[in-house]
Structure formats: structure tokens, C-alpha cells
Design a binder for this molecule. Structure first.
Ligand code: KG4
Ligand code: ZN
Length: 351
């Protein structure tokens, strides 16, 4: 067996042979591992979510996240291998998120991936978390190929990206302050909904009137594709304050629906302007906020009107998972990207 591993290392996989990536993701509050075949097929996708642990604090507590990752990582990887029906001997390479994210959380995955890579003699491939989110689309749509425009909206990021080729990105817009998911989480907390706020607002907003309160849609003067959500968040807080001062109660569902509409309008307008201006006919969404039902419906409608093909991973592939890291890792592996054991967590890694 040792000889086989050595051979595989030196020569890589032979043409036509399946490439199985064992992927690990621990950048925030999900401990996740997955086995992905040829960048497109999910053989297993195991996620241990820590959400319940962090809910009582109203957000992710980095220390608790790291400790829980350490506790769960081995079990999650074993489950991912077992569910895929493989052992490390069948794996071609280990891919791991090494940034951006919480440094202590990232370190657990990176250390684990390095240990497996060393022990099993497997190539190590570091993956950018956002590249992973974007690549979730390759799992959902086996026929999708670059180039296309992608909106990445998650708890930590709001990026408008041109995907020029596999793993080749041009970021044309980013947030100047809060990420879209962060705004969802903060507003949810302010109106008395728990963490994570996105799914709660999504649910409550269905009962509310999105036109009830006119919240601002911010534009950034210097770059029409950049986002800014902190003014919107402040507008919601001001509205709640003024209700309180007047001794009036506010309608939670109306605030949720009106806030959500403001976020969706901005995301849709910026994204579809970019698709038109840059001359693409394919548009994809990614990241936790991409699982928002109102956002998906709005893009469906607007892309339909404009004849743009709209790609949207199923909600379980939008929020953090390791399968998306396996998809991105596959294309990095194919390009010849190999990391050595100096690979480190980079909390503010740029795309
Ligand atoms: O991509 P993700 O799982 O983690 C990061 O990389 O940040 O995104 C998590 C974010 C949270 O802010 C959460 O509130 C938001 O995605 N989110 C949603 C929905 N589901 C998750 N936001 C709006 N609507 C949803 N249905
Ligand atoms: Zn994420």
C-alpha cells in the first residue's frame, strides 16, 4: 500500500481516472467534511452545525467555535469517508479552507488536513472559502462552465465577481461596511428574532408587507457595484427607536419584509447591471444569503425577463459546507496547485 501511495504522489492520477477530493471546512461555525468526485459529484457531505451552541450568545463565539471543531473534526471526517464508501486509500487529494474566516476555527481544519496529507501521503490543496461558495454551483449544475457573473452574499462577504475561468476571479464589487448576511443577523436581533437572523427574517417576512416601510437603498458613489448595508441597518434601528419614543409597537413581520426587500432590491440591481454591462448571459448566486427565498424569487423573475440563465445552488449548498470546498479544490488540484506543510490559516485572505 505504501508503494501505491508513493506512486500516486509522484505521478498524480492517470488521465481518465476519477479524482476523489476529501474536503474539510471549519472557517466559522460548521465543522464539515465531504468527498467529491471529479469536482461535480457529491459522494458525501457531512456537516456538524454549532448554531445551537452560539444562539444563546446571539452570534458566533470564536473560542467556542474552535474548541468544538477540535472535538468534532475527526468524527465528521470519518463519517464523510464512510458515507462515500471510501477509505483514505481511494482519496486523490485533501482540500481545506485556509481563509478567510475565524483564525482559530480555520487552524483546526488546516492542521487536520496537513496531518492527513502527511500520514496518508496525499497532496494538500488550500482553498479560498469564497471560491468554495462560488463552486457550489458546479455541484448543482454539472453543465455550468465559466465565464459567468456570481453574487456571493454570506455572513462575512458580499462580493460581485466575474468568474473568468475555474478559480480565476475578478472582483468588481464588494461591501464597504457590513456584509448582507451580517445586516440580516443584526436586524434580526434588533427586532427580537434569534441567531442566525437570515433564515428567521426570511420566514417572518412572509407574513409582512414589504412596502410598509421605505428603507434606503444605498449607492456607493465611487463604484456602482459596491455595496453598503450599514445605513440600512441604522435606518431600521432608527425606525424601531422612533416607534419606542412614540410609545407605539412595531410590526415585526412588516419590518422584516421591508428590510429584506431593501436588501434584495440592491443585490438584484447591482448584479443584473453588472451582467448587462459586462455582456454575460449567465448569472449565479452563492453564500448563505443566496438561500433567501425572496432573493431567489426576485432573481428568477428578473433573469427570466432579461433572458439570463440563472444558477442557484440548493439552500444546503449555499450555507457553509465542505462539498463546495471539494469542488473548488478539484479545479485547483487540476491546475497543479499543491501546498506544503507551511500552509497556514489566513483570516483575511483576498479573493
Ligand atoms: O455562507 P454562510 O453559511 O457563512 C459565511 O461564510 O458567512 O452564511 C451565513 C449567513 C448568515 O449571516 C445567515 O444569517 C445568512 O447567511 N443566511 C440567510 C439565510 N440563510 C442564511 N440570509 C437570508 N436569508 C436566508 N434564508
Ligand atoms: Zn461561508
Amino acid at each position: 500500500m505504501e508503494r501505491q501511495i508513493e506512486q500516486r504522489n509522484r505521478e498524480g492520477k492517470l488521465p481518465g481516472e476519477d479524482v476523489l477530493i476529501l474536503a474539510i471546512e471549519t472557517s466559522c461555525d460548521e465543522t464539515a467534511a465531504s468527498v467529491v468526485r471529479n469536482g461535480r459529484e457529491v459522494l458525501s457531505n457531512v456537516i456538524y452545525t454549532q448554531i445551537a451552541l452560539h444562539t444563546q450568545y446571539g452570534g458566533v463565539v470564536p473560542e467556542i467555535a474552535s474548541r468544538k471543531h477540535i472535538e468534532k473534526i475527526n468524527q465528521v471526517i470519518e463519517e464523510a469517508l464512510a458515507q462515500a464508501g471510501v477509505t483514505l486509500e481511494n482519496i486523490t487529494a485533501v482540500a481545506v479552507t485556509y481563509g478567510p474566516g475565524l483564525v482559530g476555527a480555520l487552524l483546526v481544519g488546516v492542521a487536520e488536513a496537513k496531518a492527513i496529507s502527511f500520514a496518508a501521503g496525499l497532496p494538500l490543496v488550500g482553498v479560498h472559502h469564497i471560491s468554495g461558495h462560488i463552486s457550489a454551483n458546479y455541484l448543482e449544475y454539472p453543465e455550468l462552465e465559466p465565464p459567468f457573473v456570481c453574487l456571493v452574499a454570506s455572513g462575512g462577504h458580499s462580493h460581485l465577481v466575474i468568474v473568468k475561468d475555474y478559480g480565476v476571479y475578478e472582483v468588481i464589487g464588494r461591501t464597504r461596511d457590513d456584509a448582507a448576511g451580517e445586516a440580516f443577523d443584526k436586524v434580526a436581533r434588533a427586532i427580537g428574532l434569534g441567531y442566525p437572523g437570515g433564515p428567521m427574517i426570511d420566514r417572518v417576512a412572509r407574513e409582512g408587507n414589504p412596502e410598509a416601510i421605505l428603507f434606503p437603498r444605498a449607492k456607493v458613489a465611487e463604484n456602482e457595484y459596491d455595496f453598503s448595508f450599514s445605513g440600512l441597518k441604522s435606518a431600521v434601528l432608527n425606525y424601531l427607536n422612533s416607534c419606542q419614543m412614540k410609545g407605539e409597537t412595531f410590526c415585526q413581520a412588516d419590518v422584516a419584509a421591508s428590510f429584506q426587500k431593501a436588501v434584495v432590491d440592491v443585490l438584484v440591481e447591482h448584479s443584473l447591471t453588472a451582467v448587462r454591462e459586462f455582456g454575460y448571459d449567465k448569472f449565479a448566486i452563492a453564500g448563505g444569503v443566496a438561500s433567501n427565498s425572496s432573493l431567489r424569487a426576485a432573481f428568477e423573475k428578473e433573469c427570466g425577463k432579461r433572458g439570463i440563465c440563472f444558477y442557484h445552488p440548493s439552500p444546503a449548498l449555499c450555507t457553509d459546507n465542505a462539498a463546495m470546498i471539494g469542488a473548488a479544490g478539484y479545479y485547483e488540484y487540476r491546475k497543479g496547485v499543491r501546498h506544503d506543510y507551511t500552509l497556514n490559516a489566513v483570516p483575511n485572505l483576498r479573493l
